[in-house]
Each structure stands twice: as C-alpha cells, then as structure tokens.
Design a protein around this ligand. Sequence first.
Ligand SMILES: [Mg+2]
Length: 273
Amino acid sequence: MALRIPRGALASSLLVVLLVSLVHATNAREPPRLEMVTSAAPPGLTGSRARAAAAAAAACASWRLGVETNNIRGWYSIPAECRGYVSDYMFGDRFRQDCAVAAREAAAYAETLELAGDGREAWVFDVDDTALTNLPYYADTGFGAQPYNATYFDEYVANATAPPLPEVLELYEKLLALGIKVVFITGRHDYQREPTVKNLRSAGYHTWEKLVLKPSSLRLGSSVVPYKSGERQKLVDAGYRIVGNMGDQWSDLVGTPEGDRTFKVPDPMYYVG
Ligand SMILES: [Mg+2]
C-alpha cells in the first residue's frame, strides 16, 4: 500500500526544514569569537600570580612582535617590565629558532638564483647583531633596559670578541659556495675597521668583497638609512647586483636600492632608525 502524506502535513514539514535552515544560516553568518587564551604560566607559580606572570609575558611578546614588524619605532630602551622576557628570549631556544628561519629562507632563496657567471651578484650583510652577535655586551647592560653606553660599546668593539650568529655564518658559507659575493655594510665607524676585521675573521668570516664602515664625519643620532642605502647604490653603480640583504634593523633594509630580497634577523634589544 502506498504511503500517503496529507498535503497539510507536508507543508508543515517543509516549513520546519526551512526554519531550521534559516537558523543554521543565521548562525553561520555570526563572526567567530576571538577568545583570549592565557599564556602558559612560569613553572612554580599558581593562581593569580601565575595569571599575572602569564599576562605580563604575553604583553612583552606582543611588544616584541610590534618591534620586529616595525610597528613600534623610535624607542630608546626596552620596557623595564620586559627585561626578563627579553633575556629569556635571547638566551632561550626561540631566538636561535627565529634566526634559523630567517637564514634557512634566505639560503633557499639563494639556491633558486641563476647566477650570470660574471661574479657581480652581491649579498649585503649588516655586522652588529647580524654577522656578529653583541649578546655579551647587552647581557651586561640589561638587554637594552639601560641606555646605550657608547664608551663601553667602543671598548667592546675594540676587544674584537663578539661571537658570530651561527645561523648567519652558515648562510654566509652557503652564499660563498654558490658564488655570491659578500659585502658588509656596518654602522661601525671607519676608525673601528681594524678590530672589526679582526673580529669578523676570528668569528669565521674569512673573506668578503667589501667591508664598508660609516664615516666618522656622519652626525651621531642621524638616521643610518641614507648612509646604508647610499652605500648600496654605490655597489649598484659599480656593477653589482644586490640579490639579498640581511640585517637586524629595518634601517639596514629600507631605502632604495634595498636589494632583490631582504631578510631580517630578530633583535628586540635596541632600535636604530
Ligand atoms: Mg645591526
């Protein structure tokens, strides 16, 4: 026997289906809610102290992201409450992992280049906190929580003991093996050439096409962008093709000509405009 559905019942069923669909459609249009998830608390802390410590660490992580993305500019020292955070970051795995990501991406990019064979492809490196790390100096001076001390930093440079950033040194070796020339353009002054050469060599940077240091006549406190971009322009004028440019400050990377690609290594310790 055929199943007969009364016309009224069918209409009611369709109405229910339509209403359910409308509710689903309405719900589907609701924007997803962004819930704040509390960061992991430091070990040993519980309750409100743990929550406060986790919130402080999250605030410092946001500050660091703002610095790395160049959203926060012109700062003179790290926030005092972030001193512990920056110390943990710089001495922990995260800093090295972040450097490794930058160096790995740079190496992968370099491997894709088809070199012209005339030896004119150049890669520009900054020196301080790029090729070399000044972590020993900054660990002694509160990780940027204390104002920059030019006298002490000059002594540090004169000692020529800055270690290399291992990930950048590895990239440097890769670039040389590919046949790309290395040029260092540094904010160090020309009177610091001798300890800079000594330090680069002892750190493992055994050869380079040029080492450009900042003329002492340049006014202290002025932006380094005209100086660094101007030196890159001189390279281009001399026939080099800048295929890559790596630094720890945005002022190493911006300003025409930037280079075909730029790579920033992390530095939450200080700002150079
Ligand atoms: Mg630097």
